[in-house]
Design a protein around this ligand. Structure first.
Ligand code: FAD
Ligand code: UDP
Length: 382
């Protein structure tokens, strides 16, 4: 059979490789001039630093299948994300841990004492947090919330934290020990040669034809089925309206040596217009010392316009209504499946993207073997 895959990010690449391994012919198109979607990495010409073009990407997972899968296509070096944050002129560590608590409140609390101390600060009247602010107040109390989350979140989302879902904050751990690993997953690492090389290896297969600089809208051939990992609203020509995204602007800083001494520095105060600075050579600690020059990026968040790269799906009530209209349309459309972060309009980490694509492959095999049609979605995006 002949399939078309739209988008050469992780979602599209995993599906393409699977179909090709099963003996099908696959054409994968991407309108960009490069593969790897938003995980694209490239060695910077002037500094030699491996730059994550669409913002820093750290691979972390608890999914054994995903971890085994990805390591077939490249070597992962140990990397632990340890984020620093500046608030009101002082540097702290994030996620909030015992060092953050002790430094912030000028104390020397033990884990048990810190737990009690924070419990006293937490707003116990909030039993079921309905939004980001309630989640924060019920978890860490007003001081830490104001210092680390209020301003940063307003900059990142352009909204008051009361308008945002509690789930955004639930992504971050709260620890009463000195563990400052940003993630709690057992596997974490960085690809030695960057993510582009990994996706390139996934796509290295006889029956995959890659067409870059190619919009799906310009493809005229017929296919048994299309796997679409682009924006779902775009597929339907925005007829139900545009789904809202935040986009990012990156301001490049190039210098000698070491700019900030760490990979990620968050700027939590609302008066500072950017959210964070990432110094990319620190994402590759095994080579950082051998590079004389360094390149860092200030990150500014704003509402995405029609021509901007979509980064973070906003998914508030209005967007969910629009999304549901597109889901209805997709379910009535034959021979197209929507996948990935843009196809399902969800914030997905790389490991979840890969896990979902691998599960879709299992289902594709079952349905094709049974001679059945493939569904519009392999996962409910609503
Ligand atoms: P994408 O990578 O977006 O790929 C979709 C591709 O489709 C794009 O290349 C696009 O050009 C192409 N396309 C779209 N429409 C069309 C069309 N009509 N015709 C042709 N081509 C089209 N995850 C982590 O696990 N760890 C992190 O640290 C992390 N950091 C992140 C930081 C930022 C700032 C952001 C925004 C995301 C981060 N992620 C991270 C998430 C990660 O980027 C996604 O999981 C991943 O990119 C999803 O892959 P995808 O294939 O679904 O989509
Ligand atoms: N956040 C914050 N201050 C910080 C870091 C994160 O307020 O210093 C909030 C912010 O709203 C962000 C959310 O916590 O969107 C989740 O953080 P994460 O680091 O997972 O953000 P992402 O990786 O999506 O940029």
């Amino acid at each position: 059979m002949k399939f078309c895959i739209v988008g050469a990010g992780f979602s599209g690449a995993v599906i393409a490789r699977h179909l090709s391994d099963k003996g099908h012919n696959v054409i994968i198109v991407d309108e960009r001039e490069n593969i790897a979607g938003n995980c694209y990495t490239e060695r910077d010409a002037s500094s030699g630093v491996m730059v994550h073009q669409y913002g820093p990407h750290i691979f972390h997972t608890a999914n054994q299948r995903v971890w085994d899968y990805i390591r077939q296509f490249g070597v992962f070096r140990p990397y632990t994300n340890r984020v620093k944050a500046i608030s009101q002129g002082k540097v702290y560590t994030l996620p909030v841990n015992l060092l953050t608590i002790n430094q912030f409140f000028g104390k020397t609390l033990s884990p048990d004492d810190a737990r009690k101390f924070i419990q006293e600060k937490a707003d116990k009247s909030i039993k079921n947090p309905k939004n980001f602010e309630e989640q924060a107040l019920s978890m860490i109390g007003p001081e830490l919330y104001k210092a680390f989350f209020y301003g940063y979140t307003r900059k990142q989302w352009g909204l008051d934290p009361k308008e945002l879902p509690a789930s955004i904050l639930k992504r971050l751990p709260l620890r009463f020990n000195y563990d400052d690993n940003y993630f709690s997953h057992p596997y974490q690492g960085m690809p030695e040669d960057g993510y582009t090389a990994i996706v390139d290896n996934i796509l290295k297969s006889e029956r995959i034809e890659l067409r870059l600089n190619t919009k799906f809208e310009d493809i005229k051939e017929n296919f048994h089925h299309v796997f679409y990992t682009g924006p779902i609203d775009r597929y339907f020509d925005f007829k139900e309206g545009r789904l809202g995204y935040r986009t990012l602007d990156f301001e490049r800083i190039e210098s000698e040596g070491d700019y900030q001494g760490t990979a990620v520095m968050n700027y939590c105060d609302e008066e500072v217009p950017f959210t964070r600075i990432s110094e990319h050579k620190h994402f590759a600690p095994w080579e950082a010392d051998s590079l004389n020059r360094t390149v860092s990026f200030r990150e500014y968040s704003r509402l995405a316009g029609p021509k901007d790269t979509p980064y973070y799906p906003i998914r508030l009530v209005n967007e969910k209504t629009i999304l549901n209209n597109y889901i209805e349309l997709a379910n009535k459309t034959k021979n197209v499946s929507f996948l990935g972060r843009l196809g399902t309009y969800r914030y997905l980490d790389m490991d979840v993207t890969i896990a979902e694509a691998l599960s879709a492959c299992d289902r594709i095999d079952e349905l094709l073997d049974a001679g059945k049609d493939l569904p519009a979605f392999f996962i409910d995006p609503s």
